[in-house]
Design a protein around this ligand. Structure first.
Ligand SMILES: Cc1ncc(C[n+]2csc(CCOP(=O)(O)OP(=O)(O)O)c2C)c(N)n1
Ligand SMILES: [Mg+2]
Length: 348
């Protein structure tokens, strides 16, 4: 393990010197110390939060579905670092990372996961259904692909209101094969709506690999029939995500219409909390973890540049762990919603 890390450091050092490109040859943002440490902290917060959610699920504190985002952290963090106030975010059910990245409180998210009254949906939505108008986060959707059309509606609202906000709609490689995605693409291209379609290509839809399920596995090309440009991005490198996000946001804000970013990423954990894991090998997961982990990449870079010591990073880890532990304590102490709440906020 230690040897492997060293090998990774030296190879990254060489590539950083020679080209300053992402692993797939794409551009990377030139992060300063502050940006590197911000990215590190935000990604670590998501990872530790998800680890805790996994533990609480195992202990029976979380009911229903729960899909963890571990491995994919660089995608939402890099995007959020480029977005500005008012830009909307919408995603599917693998959504805790997106919420934390938009600045939603760990306490409120954990309380919702555990079905408590201080949760973002007052304990009645759970893992897949949380929203924050204040943070412009529009869910959390369990119907695969539905958020793509809803996100297109958010972009339509921006156009209708004449503001310069951009909607960011995340969906998976599996969702990319749903019909409504292409109905949405058509409308977005026709009306030049300000929307970034982000395909989080983590290589699997539940247990089905992209190789088995898709005729065109380069998802950045999926908008070509509508004239929507697309880019493949190293979604494990937060700097590559930020660089792509900057360009895509500029594209949308300047009135050029929609754009697709395919994030090449990977999920380390099972699809949801029950996953037979027979569709991939342990070695495949381990190889990604040890060679491309988004958080480890930043850790090695800041240490190499002398921008942080082991102690500095430990302090960030402690701060993040404290936030997560506090959210879990808070959630467990928070009461469940009262029975009288059963029909409030419910459309009958
Ligand atoms: C319309 C619809 N069809 C099927 C499902 C069942 N389902 C839940 S998740 C999933 C896989 C989606 O994979 P992907 O879009 O790649 O997202 P990931 O889980 O990898 O984040 C499926 C088929 C569903 N929830 N909704
Ligand atoms: Mg997937």
């Amino acid at each position: 393990m230690a040897l492997r890390k060293t090998a990774t450091v030296s190879s990254r050092k060489t590539s950083a010197k020679s080209a300053a490109k992402a692993s797939n040859g794409g551009p990377i943002a030139d992060f300063d110390r502050e940006e590197e440490l911000k990215a590190y902290r935000e990604m670590l917060l998501i990872r530790r939060f998800e680890e805790k959610a996994g533990q609480l699920y195992g202990m029976g504190f979380i009911g229903g579905f729960c899909h963890l985002y571990i491995g994919q952290e660089a995608v939402v963090v890099g995007m959020q670092m480029a977005q500005k106030e008012g830009d909307q975010v919408i995603t599917a059910y693998r959504d805790h990372g997106h919420m934390l990245a938009t600045g939603m409180e760990a306490r409120g998210v954990m309380a919702e996961l555990t079905g408590r009254r201080s949760g973002y949906s007052r304990g009645k939505g759970g893992s897949m259904h949380m929203f924050s108008k204040e943070k412009h986060f529009y869910g959390g959707h369990g119907i695969v692909g539905a958020q793509v059309s809803l996100g297109t509606g958010l972009a339509f609202a921006n156009r209708y209101r004449g503001n310069d906000s951009v909607a960011v709609a995340y969906f998976g490689d599996g969702a990319a094969n749903q019909g409504q995605v292409y109905e949405s693409f058509n409308m977005a291209a026709l009306w030049k709506l300000p929307i970034i379609y982000i395909v989080e290509n983590n290589r699997y839809a539940m247990g089905t690999s992209t190789a088995r399920a898709t005729a065109q596995s380069n998802y950045s090309l999926r908008g070509s029939g509508f004239g929507i440009p697309g880019v493949q991005v190293d979604g494990m490198d937060v700097r590559a995500v930020k660089a792509a996000a900057d360009e895509a946001l500029e594209h949308c804000r300047s009135g050029k219409g929609p754009i697709i970013l395919e994030m090449l990423t990977y999920r380390y954990r099972g699809h949801s909390m029950s996953d037979p894991a027979k569709y991939r090998t342990k070695e495949e997961v381990q190889k990604m973890r040890s060679e491309q982990d988004p958080i480890e990449q930043v850790r090695l870079r800041v240490m190499e540049k002398g921008w942080a010591t082991e102690e500095d990073l430990k302090a960030i880890d402690k701060e993040v762990r404290d936030i997560v532990a506090d959210s879990a304590d808070f959630a467990q102490a928070d009461p469940e919603p009262d029975v009288s709440e059963l029909y409030t906020d419910i459309l009958l």
